[in-house]
Design a protein around this ligand. Structure first.
Ligand code: NAG
Ligand code: NAG
Ligand code: NAG
Length: 467
């Protein structure tokens, strides 16, 4: 009994199924199906969409930028996300709206003829597969297609003004096989569409430009290829670099200036610290710039220059240290006049001039002469001493001792001591004036390099106003 009921149930179900199937088979094709059938019957997507093959297909191209993902300075590659907006007319895709009540239809672009756009300056690919994007076809045959993706393009980087640099990157799309007479890519509008653009943290778009160009080989001027270029002018947001590289290195430069106002021992210590910190900044900078010698960043020049200044100042410190400790010689007259008179005046250290003038005092000049003759005497004495030594070794030591006592210079007189003090003072003054000279030289070097470093910033502001 139960099995009979089961069979009846099964029978009923299978009957219902065939009824449903029948309903599907009997359904008339929908408008869209009918239209697609009609449009794509015998349609070859490889053939150009013109009925007369001597006609040109004109494709209008726009670019809508969605995002700047990355600008790799090292590899000089710009990665962007965006879409190309393409419009053209396919003469084979026309229908009468009275016959089929549809204004437009969306068709997979794979099934249609698509304009060819190769990413000419592509970094890792020239052709992309955009067939899965759908196209909107209107009854008069106009086709609207928006293929998009991630575009990697080569961008020549100029880091001269890093981090105040502006990069000019281009996205170049063009025909690879079709001549301009077959397919003409044209640009509508002269800007890149930024309606759905999302800001990038590091780069700011200062301006964009869209333009059309033609390319041909030198041999065949008639066979031109059209291309559309989208130019992005990117300005770096430099606050990060100002805070992390430029301000610290400027502060270190100021620290460097303090070297000229401290004792020689401190000088060397501070100098080494400054040198090391500049090296660190330099490492920081060279880490993120391309390894080419085409463009050398001003910041690198600035840091290297400051390092050179620091090294030089340490060498000079040693030199000045030596000047400080001279006691046994007078300052040469030429150095006295040059440094204490002219240089001191130049450096606004006029009080030092007195010491230079002292030199012209006849008394001191005489004293100078005396000391000169004394040193001459010493030299003669030394010679004689050598002679008597030789003599002594020949004719006994008594004679030698006698002559030596005769030739030995007398005890240090009060006058000698005074002279020595004077020499020391002169050397110290000389060292001070030279130190001050280097201070001014370094200060101006730092100011000039800093101004050079920041000059693109002012240029940027001026160009904003002039635009
Ligand atoms: C194709 O177009 C050209 C120029 O527009 C014309 O001279 C020619 O007659 C056309 N051919 C046909 C088959 O319509
Ligand atoms: C097709 O029709 C649309 C409006 O539906 C119009 O904007 C477009 O210019 C037309 N294209 C041609 C080639 O007539
Ligand atoms: C292609 O289009 C440009 C303008 O967009 C026009 O100047 C040029 O003559 C066109 N070329 C051909 C072969 O139609």
């Amino acid at each position: 009994m139960i099995s009979l009921l089961f069979i009846v149930l099964l029978l009923h179900q299978s009957l219902a199924k065939t009824e449903k199937d029948y309903a599907i088979k009997a359904r008339l094709p929908s408008d869209e199906e009918e239209l697609m059938e009609m449009l794509l019957d015998g349609y070859n997507p490889s053939a150009r969409p013109v009925l007369n093959s001597s006609h040109t297909v004109t494709v209008q191209v726009r670019f809508s930028l969605l995002q700047i993902q990355d600008l790799n300075l090292r590899n000089q590659v710009l990665t962007t996300t965006g879409l190309l907006i393409l419009d053209w007319v396919d003469e084979r895709l026309r229908w009468d709206e009275d016959q089929i009540a549809l204004k437009d239809i969306v068709i997979e672009a794979r099934k249609l003829w698509r304009p060819e756009f190769a990413s000419i300056n592509g970094a890792d690919g020239i052709y992309g597969d955009y067939g899965q994007f759908r196209a909107l076809v209107k009854s008069n045959g106009s086709v609207h297609w928006e293929p998009g993706g991630v575009f990697k393009t080569v961008c020549e980087i100029d880091i001269t003004y890093y981090p105040f640099d502006e990069q000019n990157c281009e996205l170049k799309f063009g025909a690879w096989s079709y001549h301009t007479t077959k397919m003409n890519l044209t640009s509508t509008g002269d800007e890149v569409n930024k309606d759905s653009y999302e800001q990038n943290g590091e780069w700011e778009i200062s301006s964009t430009k869209a333009s059309r160009g033609e390319f041909y080989f030198a041999c065949c001027e008639n066979e031109r290829f059209s291309n559309v270029n989208f130019e992005l002018r990117l300005r770096r947001r430099y606050t990060f670099y100002v805070m992390n590289v430029i301000l610290p290195s400027m502060m270190t430069s100021v620290l460097l200036l303090s070297i000229f106002f401290c004792t020689p021992a401190q000088k060397v210590q501070i100098g080494v610290v400054v040198l090391l910190s500049f090296r660190i900044f330099l490492l920081n900078v060279t880490d993120s710039i391309p390894k080419t010698s085409d463009h050398i960043p001003l910041l690198g020049i600035y840091l290297t220059l400051t390092m050179a200044i620091t090294t030089l100042s340490m060498v000079l410190t040693v030199f000045i240290l030596n000047l400080h400790h001279i006691t046994d010689r007078p300052v040469p007259t030429w150095a006295k006049i040059l440094v204490l008179k002219y240089l001191a005046r130049l450096m606004c250290m006029c009080s030092y001039e007195i010491y230079a003038k002292l030199d012209q005092d006849p008394q001191i000049r005489d004293g100078h002469r005396i000391s000169e003759s004394a040193s001459l005497g010493k030299a003669i004495g030394k010679q004689l001493n050598l002679l008597t030594k030789l003599n002594g070794s020949l004719s006994g030591s008594k004679n030698a001792r006698m002559s030596r006592r005769f030739l030995l210079p007398g005890k240090k007189t009060q006058e000698d001591k005074k002279k020595e003090e004077e020499w020391t003072r002169d050397w110290r003054l000389l060292a001070e004036v030279v130190d001050r000279l280097f201070f001014w030289i370094f200060l101006s070097a730092i100011v000039i390099t800093t101004l050079l470093l920041f000059h693109p910033l002012t240029k940027g502001y001026f160009s904003i106003y002039s635009r």
